[in-house]
Design a protein around this ligand. Sequence first.
Ligand SMILES: Nc1ncnc2c1ncn2[C@@H]1O[C@H](COP(=O)(O)OP(=O)(O)OP(=O)(O)O)[C@@H](O)[C@H]1O
Length: 936
Amino acid sequence: MAESTRNRVMEIRAGLSHALGAAQIALERALDAREAAEARYRRMVAAATARRRKLAVARDERIHEIDAWHDTELAALAGAAAGAADRAAPGAAGEPWHSWEPTPLERAAELRIGRLMLPEAPLPAPARAERPSAHRDGGGDDRIGGAWAGAPGEVTEAWAGPDSEPPESAAGPVVDEATPEVPALVRLLDHGHIVIEGDRRTGDDVLAGLLLRALGTSVPGQVQIIGYDPENLGGGLAGFAPLATAGVLTFVGPGDLDKLLDELVGHVRRINETVLAGEYSSVRELHAATKRRPEPWRVAVLLGGGELSRHQRTQLDRLLRTGAACGVHLVIRGQSVEPGPGIEFVVAAPGDGARIESAGDLPVRLDPAPTPSVVTATCRQIAEAVAAGPAPVALDSLLPEAGAEWQESSAAGLTAPLGDSPQGPRVQVTLSDYPPHALIAGPSGTGKTNFIYAWMGALAARYSPDELAFYLLDFKEGVSFARFAPGRRDPSWLPHVRLVGVNVNTDREFGLALLRFLGAELKRRADAAKQYEVTNLAELRAEDPDGSWPRIVAVVDEFQVLLGGRDSVTAEAVDLLEDLARRGRSQGIHLVLASQDVSGIEALWGRPALVAQFSLRIALPRARRVLAETNAAADSLPRYHAVVNADSGAPEANRIVRVPAAGDREQWSSLQHRLWRRRPPELGPPRLFDGDVVPRLADSPDYRDLRAGESTTAPVMLLGQTIDVASRSAQTVLRRAPGRNLAVLGTRTDEACAILATAGRSLAAQFTPTGARFSVVCLDTDARAAAEALHARIPGSGFYLPDDVYWLLEDAAAEATASWPADRPHFILIYAADALPGGREAADQLRTVLRQGPERRLHVLGWWRGAGLLRDSLGGHASRTDPIGAWVALDVHGSELTPYYPGQGAPNWYPRPWRALHFDRSVHRGAEVIIPYGTS
Ligand SMILES: Nc1ncnc2c1ncn2[C@@H]1O[C@H](COP(=O)(O)OP(=O)(O)OP(=O)(O)O)[C@@H](O)[C@H]1O
């Protein structure tokens, strides 16, 4: 083998070995690199695992923090929402049905229809610990919320693992008992309208609940429901039927939707024009400002009815836009309504599928309907309350603020509020030159007396006693005006009242006395007006600012009693009334006549001149004839309301007023006491005339004025109290003149004895014990005690019984015919003179004394038990009666008195207990009724 070949082999071999070495090195390097890479990889894997664990722990911690924050926040928010809802829907507006009862609220509330299903609410701690967490298993779903407790599907995904059962399937999601319940509320009254859509049955439940809550949160009668239910003919509101009896629920027929919508639009227009009158933007605002709600809420429930006509749609849209401000609200089902301000849409659905528009997407679980028994019982209760009438308004509402009393001047008239009108504004009533006088009518029990009290209270609080004086007379049995005078329990009186007459039903004379008194006052004012050359009170007061010219208001309740007779009392009363009514208007004398009886008003109707002056007419519910023939406003008046009409009852002048309760003693006395404490010190109590009270001689001012031995004039004999404004005593003067004897006639022993006692005591009071001689003769054992009592009261008097009267008469007859002058008067008081013993001789002696005695200061004051018996004593039928110049008749009929009533026929006299008729022919034109003084 050639060298060269060998060399070449060698070279090749060396080359190969070199290559092998290099490959070996490369391999080792590669193996090292791989090992290093593998080690790095393992480190990285370990680091990554460690980091992930750390992150998972951090994430779980954060999730727990967020969970805790979410729970607290949500609980707080739910609590706040529940609290706000409770405030927005208190009492009957939000109370669950099981404990529900009507609770009228001060203002309209939101109404609960169900509950809002809030986003997931916190669970109590133990429950939370067990809560399987979708976040904890390290899965990629990091969602921590977004599930609404009420959103089916999502909730199970959020709370439970994929395999767990949903906690509540068909009935709805889990309701966490720890979560405050947030009610779903809707606003209706004073706010807007409600449209109910969706499921029909649940919609019915919503409607029933809504209406009941609206009714239960307002004063009975303040929510009125009008139902339009053409498909079910009212069946949709059947449970509310008891309301229909009280007019709180009315139905309109299937064809009457036009009428209903027109009517509601009419209400809105009227309320805007006359109630809100530009002053308020809504009834709610008016209520907030004045605390009065003159209009009820009118809730029209429209249930279906198909396609609306153009007119109906227009009217409906008007109501939806403008009704709520006027308290006209619609609850609509089965009609499409465009969304708009104040319109709430309720989509009814069972379970949690319901929605209300104002809560957005929040699911709502609707409340069940109230049970039929709750609905019916509530409706009955409301109907009864409405039928019973509105709660009384307090008298205080008519009065000025305390401390602001007596600031008005009555120069031009007397103006006072009488209450609120149903439209809201106060009704003011004025007595002035026009209208000058008032006529009030109302059947018994309709509040006439209360009306008078309220009017008097409102006037008395505004005008001081210098500006206003009351004269009050009540012909009714009872003491309705007695409260104005001091009584045993209450010493206060109403300072304006100058005279109170109560229980005067049988004493028409007292009415006459009042009219006479007012007639005299009228004359005084007319004279003053003449003197100052003025024509009315306002001018007189301007000319004579220091004079006392209060306006006088004379109230006569049951005045028809005064006009009821056909006698001189009525004749004079009518004349006086006519004069007062005609001329009193300009002199500030105002008459207020009240009557419960249509005949009272009719008594006036025959006297058109009189009636025309009474242009202020006040009619209480069901009063007849007081307004104009064509004016039937009183027929439909609710309780405690009155029609006030200042234009003689013409229908267009009607103003309806709700009269406050003024009868309540406590409220009245607080006003009276307040005014009483302010009275001027010189103002005394009013004169109280009480027809049921027997007056006492000791209280008679005339008796108290008598002084022994002071007077040189003829002695005055008092007999009883006249029926008079000034409680005068009836008297007869025993001059030295023929006929100056007194005969008391009648069988009533007590009264006859009382009159003789008054006569004897009053005479005795004018003499010293020796200044006159008194002889008391008792011829009737029934009168013995009274005769003895009188004898005991008159020191030095003689006392004679039947056995010894002869001596007295013989002596007296001699005295009467003697020629020497009498040194002192002698008064012979004979009890039962008709029983005089001693036959003809004694009778002659008595006759002599009667005829001739008075001229010799010997006067007989005798009691005969009949007018005929007196005639016998005087000498029989044909004898003259002039020895009896004065008499007092008890139970003797007028016709029997004719002989003693010269030239005037028979006096008008209807005997009645404890009243007597007095006539003194020397001074009287007619006889006067008197009340004997009691013997105490
Ligand atoms: N506005 C009112 N608010 C509350 N209660 C009233 C009101 N008006 C009257 N009443 C009550 O009604 C009852 C009858 O009233 P009132 O005595 O005034 O009637 P009247 O018409 O004068 O009856 P009568 O003529 O029989 O006396 C009383 O108990 C009274 O308190």
